[in-house]
Design a protein around this ligand. Structure first.
Ligand code: G4P
Length: 539
């Protein structure tokens, strides 16, 4: 009996290890309008998950997906904010996790990055590194995450390719190693030279870009004739890259120190297949996860996973709360009863779903690197571990530096108990960070958010779910810095900054109006500890 069980276990473990090796779990980090939605569609198109780029959803609806989920909820009675897109490509399974942008940029956006193994840094060829890209990159950097760079919109006028590479190296210290090189300046995109083998792919526009662009392999000698001066220039630049040794280097890529760069244009589908190939060939498969005590749990071990995102009240009628979990090890089978590491209580997974774009479908099995959505997950919070077999507890997902602050008060003093319960619940779920201040007192906690939409979510849930409507007063701070009790001077000495205790983990935070004030405070209080909240400093 025990021999059979062991044999079955090792077969399962082998199967799971094989499945894990086929997975690439990644996210796109970019600034709004760089082309994330367009690239997502193009990747799916090329991978033949859908038949036409237009079939995912029209532009209008796409905007809806990435904007206010509450409005969507009102319209449809259900939120369709997508969490993960599964793209089958050759023998690989690509899991593209959504990083909400635009107005719904929030702590969730950062947390998604704790659930991926690689990021695509998407740049607009005319704009280079933009603020939101930089913020998201800092999160990747703090985790030493491998980053593949895709320079998009090469079909439109933009900057010089070498200048863009220089910006990446100078501003964020990431060493760019181009995998391909464009022939023709931005706005006159002729084709791509593969740096590894010198082959040339000529690009031909297709009207509307709704179908796969024609990418034609052309003999380099013929191409040299046909493209003339543009070809010569591209070759000179490639020679220069050789001289500065900008070659792909696996070790530094995996350590998050260098980044393979690809050029392309997502809208007309140029250079997208090269990006898919880079994901398959370069991006890492899920690694053996490490628990809070530093112990390694092989991907082939029994099931374990961590919740990286919660979404509540998606369906008003059912008050369901959904937890998005990334599988760290083992095979998931619907119906499994897991253990919730934080409470030791069982968690049934009868209604697990996979989330594909705007559709939810029931999922039967899933493997490391996959994302599953657990419904009726009121007992779960961001960062929680679920497991089967041997107990495991993953380290918490760090909280990120908030930039928006507001004081919350119960509109109806008679509902204070519900107010307290609601605020505590939303804090535990990670919807906002809740700070308490001796000066303001318990009745007026300070809510701290990465994106302002988080406040709307709090206000909405406080009145709908906890029946304790709140009044929010926005505060004029934009920075939080960690300090320690020993060095923290009085609020007076900090010239208008506020000293607050972060309730959840006891951190003592100083809130500051802006960078200029921060410099003044540092100058006037040289001994004061003022550290960014995340190692690497997401500002
Ligand atoms: P986002 O999700 O990052 O916010 O960007 P999105 O894909 O919505 O793209 C932003 C705009 O950039 C869109 O134009 C889109 O068509 C365009 N775009 C994306 N990739 C490329 C590309 O490779 N080349 C060119 N030329 N354009 C690209 P829009 O003006 O917002 O919409 P539309 O009026 O063009 O439909």
């Amino acid at each position: 009996m025990s021999t059979t069980a062991t044999a079955t276990d090792s077969t399962t473990s082998e199967e799971v290890t094989g499945e894990a090796a086929r997975r690439r779990t990644f996210a796109v980090i970019s600034h709004p309008d760089a082309g994330k939605s367009t690239l997502t569609e193009a990747l799916a198109l090329h991978a033949a998950a859908i038949t036409s780029a237009g079939a995912v959803h029209g532009k209008g609806e796409r905007r809806g997906v990435t904007s206010d989920w509450m409005a969507m909820e009102q319209d449809r009675g259900i939120s369709i904010t997508s969490a993960a897109l599964r793209i089958d490509y050759g023998d690989c399974v690509l899991n593209l996790l959504d990083t909400p942008g635009h107005a719904d940029f929030s702590e969730d956006t950062y947390r998604v990055l704790s659930a991926v193994d690689c990021a695509i840094m998407l740049l607009d060829s005319a704009k280079g590194l933009e603020p939101q890209t930089l913020k998201l990159f800092e999160v990747c950097r703090a985790r030493n995450m491998p980053v593949i760079t895709f320079v998009n919109k090469w079909d439109r006028p933009g900057r010089e390719p070498l200048e863009l590479l220089d910006e990446i190296e100078q501003r964020i210290g990431l060493r760019p190693t181009p995998m391909n090189w464009p022939v023709g300046i931005a706005g006159d995109f002729r084709g791509l030279i593969d740096r590894a083998d010198g082959s040339y792919t000529k690009l031909t526009r297709t009207p509307g870009g709704a179908t796969r662009a024609r990418e034609e392999r052309v003999d380099p000698e013929q191409a040299a004739q046909a493209e003339g001066a543009e070809w010569t220039q591209a070759q000179e630049e490639i020679d220069l890259l050789g001289e500065i040794e900008a070659h792909f280097d696996e070790a530094s890529f995996l350590a998050g120190e260098s980044s393979p760069v690809l050029f392309g244009a997502a809208l007309p589908n140029f250079g997208v297949s090269q990006l898919l190939e880079a994901l398959v060939n370069l991006a890492p498969a899920p690694e053996d996860p490490v628990d809070a005590d530093g112990a390694v749990r092989p991907v082939g071990a029994p099931f374990s996973g961590q919740v990286f995102k919660m979404q509540a009240n998606m369906d008003k009628a059912h008050r369901d709360r959904m937890a998005f979990l990334r599988i760290a090890s083992g095979r998931f089978e619907r119906g499994m009863v897991l253990t919730h590491a934080n409470t030791g209580k069982p968690f049934a997974t009868k209604y697990t779903q996979a989330v594909f774009g705007s559709e939810r479908s029931t999922i039967e099995t899933a493997y490391p690197g996959d994302v599953i959505a657990l419904v009726n997950a009121a007992a779960l919070s961001v960062g929680d571990t679920l497991y089967a077999g041997k107990k495991v507890h993953f380290p918490p997902i760090p909280s990120f530096a908030p930039e928006h602050f507001a004081v919350a008060r119960a509109k109806d003093a008679g509902r204070y108990k519900q107010f307290q319960r609601g605020i505590a619940q939303l804090d535990a779920e990670g919807v906002v960070q809740v700070l308490s201040s001796d000066v303001r007192g318990e009745q007026a906690p300070v809510l701290a958010a990465v994106g302002p939409l988080q406040f709307d979510v709090v206000a909405h849930r406080m009145s709908e779910e906890f029946r304790a409507p709140i009044e929010l007063t926005h505060l004029d701070y934009s920075l939080a810095r960690r300090t320690d009790a020993g060095s923290a001077p009085t609020a007076h000495a900090l010239s208008g900054a506020e000293v607050l205790t972060r309730r959840a983990d006891g951190e003592l935070l100083v809130l500051v109006h802006n960078k200029y004030r921060l410099r003044v405070i540092k100058r006037d209080n040289p001994d004061l500890v003022l550290e960014p909240l995340l190692a690497g400093g997401v500002e």
